[in-house]
Design a protein around this ligand. Structure first.
Ligand code: ADP
Length: 328
């Protein structure tokens, strides 16, 4: 059976980008057709300035939202990365296969490091090596497919490269994984800055729809989305990025085609109104289920405990093999 692995980082509240680019497919498709693991990758949240209590709180919230989005512990494994030591164990071995040059070429590293420097802060070494830990997350489980948004495909490519290189040097140990991304909304853009990704760790709140935003807050954010001074509704991601983003969001929520949907509108206002309602309706059951789960923290704890046990048992043989193969 196909092995699928993916994760979310608890660096902030989960967003519509996380949901449309990744989580929705995990629940609707991946957990049903594959042997899938979904992980709250909390070690990755330590690569930038962080508050320990907040990371812990956000990890729990992310786990609860994964379940609220429809992940079923009977069908897949849901766990927290730091509960399974194999990730860090394997990461070190992979650091001995990766080069500093390939780390420095990673687009996310360049962007995030530049942002840290502008703020006058220093760049943590873990921000540079983060893609190696991500490769360990993936390779530890013999993963075939990694369903992610477009922003993560470069990191999955690195995991592929490291798997191939390790196998060539030290003997066949790792399955070589590949990324899969959704056809529509693989990269949801910030509603206020259509040139930037809707990222949970950015501070530009008005352009980000969070999964736990109240319906009226979602409506306000969508209605205030930046578009352009044109009037006709056409799908043109290059020239009309803000409008294209709204059409993609609406298409993703309604299983439609952005270009086809565009033909049905003669004003930006009507498109925004329908998009806002579609997002509110799509997120309603997720918020409701999250509320129920918040009232039952013991259930979430139990799921994560069992998930970690299952994950550990799956990862250990591969990580042990890698240690032997590399000479330990
Ligand atoms: P971020 O911190 O940027 O929100 P994560 O690293 O936690 O993202 O990503 C979790 C998943 O959500 C990944 O598969 C990522 O590709 C996807 N994702 C994140 N932001 C977006 C976005 N704006 N559009 C589409 N997919 C996204």
């Amino acid at each position: 059976m196909t092995r699928v692995f993916s994760g979310v980082k608890p660096t902030g509240h989960l967003t519509l980008g996380n949901y449309l680019g990744a989580m929705r497919r995990w629940a609707a498709v991946d957990q049903h057709r594959s042997d899938a693991l979904f992980c709250v990758v909390d070690l990755h949240a330590l690569t930038v300035d962080h508050d320990p209590a907040r990371v812990r709180r956000l990890s729990r919230q992310a786990a609860s939202l994964l379940l609220a989005a429809g992940l079923d512990p009977e069908l897949c494994t849901v766990f927290v990365q730091s509960h399974v030591d194999e990730h860090a164990r394997l990461s070190y071995v992979l650091e001995c296969v990766a080069t500093d040059g390939e780390m420095r070429r990673m687009i996310q590293y360049k962007e995030k490091a530049a942002r840290e420097r502008v703020r006058g802060g220093s760049v943590r070494l873990s921000l540079l090596t983060y893609p190696v830990l991500m490769a360990a997350d993936i390779l530890a489980y013999g993963t075939d497919e990694v369903p992610v948004g477009e922003d993560q495909t470069q990191h999955v490519e690195l995991a592929r490269d490291l798997a191939v290189r390790f196998n060539q040097r030290y003997g066949h140990t790792f399955v070589v994984p590949r990324a899969t991304s959704p056809a529509v909304a693989a990269r949801v853009m910030n509603l206020q800055e259509p040139a930037s990704k809707m990222g949970k760790s950015d501070d530009t709140g008005p352009g980000i729809v969070y999964l736990l935003d109240e319906p009226d807050v979602v409506r306000k954010k969508v209605m205030r989305a930046v578009t352009d001074s044109g009037r006709d509704v056409v799908y043109d991601p290059e020239e009309r990025a803000g409008l294209a983003n709204l059409l993609e969001i609406l298409a993703a929520c309604t299983d439609g085609e952005p270009a086809e949907l565009a033909g049905g509108y003669d004003s930006y206002g009507a498109l925004k109104k329908d998009t806002a309602e579609a997002v509110v309706e799509m997120l309603r059951p997720v918020r409701e289920r999250h509320m129920e789960l918040s009232a039952d923290p013991g259930y979430v704890d139990g799921v994560l405990r069992e998930g970690a046990e299952k994950a550990r048992a799956m990862a250990r043989p591969t990580v042990d093999d890698a240690y032997r193969a590399i000479g330990l």
